[in-house]
Ligand binder design. Structure first.
Ligand code: UD1
Length: 428
């Protein structure tokens, strides 16, 4: 298995181009199931999770074609065209679903288009027990009959879905997206109350509307979908990845670096940028993106609590903890979205971080220096937090289980090395 080796201590300086958002790309790809005409997605990142969903959609009968690599050899110009001319199978097999929880996003599209779906239950996940009950209850409210048998969710709506009023007991990004996709082809009006407001949800809504859906209230907690009998093809550009943006902003901050995040949308990271400024890091915006530059001293400890958007994202919690582990003073980091999302703590501790966890909160006492070590992590964002710590640490850090990083970061080593990081992938 590949590993990443970092020799820490270099200040990052330069420019990092931000890729399209993985978490926007996945539901957008699932939306292709709704139409017999092609959906073309530009600015899709080149990532393992995107390939996993592409394989699953292929099994369901979607024809996929990729073209348009950017002239510099990057992927910024690539366009994936998904053509669900005919649904060949309504079964999403365990073997593909178990690799990525977001596979559940095909459920709504299949039931809405052909009236049936059989999707493997996603199963356990490293960051806590992540059920799909809100997805299932929501679809039932649109008239689907749901059974769970032999590890599979079986959903049926032979006469089609009908609009309904769905009140989510708490905010779920994936359930909001699945229900938006399903309700687009339902008969009548659907109202989703306490809906997610994440930029990726808005991006999906814009794309569905470009395909002929009638969705309003995007970016608010009440989304209304007026069902239509059919959707047509469209072309859509995926929004920039705000989690990748935040990760590199924190990479710059932890090394005292000066980095321009090209193409980043500053409006999507306000919660993080406020915290960075509070900590003493300089954040400025111009037409090209967001610049992160050092303040007068080491970043200072600031408290953070994860919340649904526009609050501080849970997907940046581990990376922010890495920064706080090297900051001056203490910080309280509270995780409210997922249970058990502190698995990076014990690995950061191996690098000299001083962190005490009490339930959903972690008290981080900044250390003057972190020290390189051999580490591994169990999920995507936890892994990248170790990379950040390694960039700031003295000596050599080896990060194992790089496949986690490949799920969500396009050209991680290249982007960091281009800004002066001493980072290499060791291939086995
Ligand atoms: C999405 C993101 C993920 C991010 C998360 C929260 C994608 C592909 N993934 O995941 O990176 O960390 O949002 O911002 O976009 N829950 C239930 N029942 C459900 C659904 C969710 O109890 O049916 C719980 C989850 O366990 C979690 C909380 O709701 O505690 C929020 O999860 P949700 O917003 O649904 O996350 P995902 O859409 O899976």
């Amino acid at each position: 298995m590949d590993r990443i080796r970092i020799r820490g201590g270099n200040r990052l300086a330069g420019e990092i181009p931000i890729s399209g958002a993985k978490n926007a790309g996945l539901p957008l790809m699932a939306a292709s199931l709704l139409s017999e005409e092609p959906l073309s997605l530009g600015n899709l990142p080149h990532l393992a999770d995107i390939s996993t969903l592409a394989s699953l959609l292929g099994v369901l009968g979607v024809e996929l074609a990729m073209d348009g690599d950017a002239p510099n050899g990057g992927h910024a110009g690539r366009v994936l065209t998904l053509h669900a001319r005919k649904i060949a199978s309504t079964t999403a097999p365990y073997d593909l679903v178990r690799r990525m929880r977001a596979s559940i996003l095909v459920l709504g599209g299949l039931v809405a288009r052909v009236g049936e779906a059989k999707v493997s239950l996603p199963g356990g996940c490293a960051i806590g027990n992540r059920p799909v009950d809100l997805h299932l209850k929501g679809l039932e409210q649109l008239g689907a009959e749901i059974d769970v048998r032999g590890g599979y969710i079986e959903a049926r709506a032979p006469k089609g879905l009908t609009g309904g009023h769905v009140v989510f007991p708490f905010v779920s990004v994936g359930a909001t997206e699945n229900l938006m996709i399903a309700a687009s082809l339902a008969r009548g009006e659907t109202v989703l109350a306490n809906a997610a407001r994440e930029p990726e949800v808005i991006d999906l809504g814009h794309c569905l509307n470009a395909m002929g859906a009638k969705i309003s209230g995007l970016g608010t907690d009440t989304i209304t979908i007026e069902g239509v009998p059919g959707l047509h093809g469209a072309r859509h550009q995926v929004v920039p990845d705000r989690i990748e943006t935040g990760t590199y902003a924190l990479a710059a901050a932890i090394t005292g670096g000066d980095v321009m995040l090209l193409g980043a949308n500053p409006a999507h990271n306000e919660a993080l940028f406020e915290k960075l400024k509070e900590s003493g890091v300089e954040v400025s915006v111009d037409g090209r993106g967001v610049r992160i530059a050092p303040g007068s001293g080491r970043p200072e400890g600031v408290d953070v609590m994860t919340e649904p958007y526009p609050g501080f994202p849970t997907d940046l919690q581990a990376q922010f903890m890495a920064l706080m582990a090297a900051a001056s003073g203490a910080a309280m980091i509270t995780e409210t979205i997922f249970e058990n999302r502190f698995m990076h703590v014990s690995e950061l501790a191996r690098m000299g971080a001083n962190v005490t966890v009490h339930g959903a909160s972690a008290m981080v006492r900044g250390a003057k220096t972190l020290a390189g070590a051999e580490v591994m992590a169990t999920d995507l964002r936890a892994s990248v937090s170790l990379v950040l710590a390694g960039l700031a640490a003295q000596g050599e850090t080896i990060v194992n289980r790089v496949y986690h990083l490949d799920r969500g970061y396009e050209k991680l080593e290249e982007k960091l090395a281009a800004c002066g990081a001493d980072i290499q992938r060791l291939r086995d």
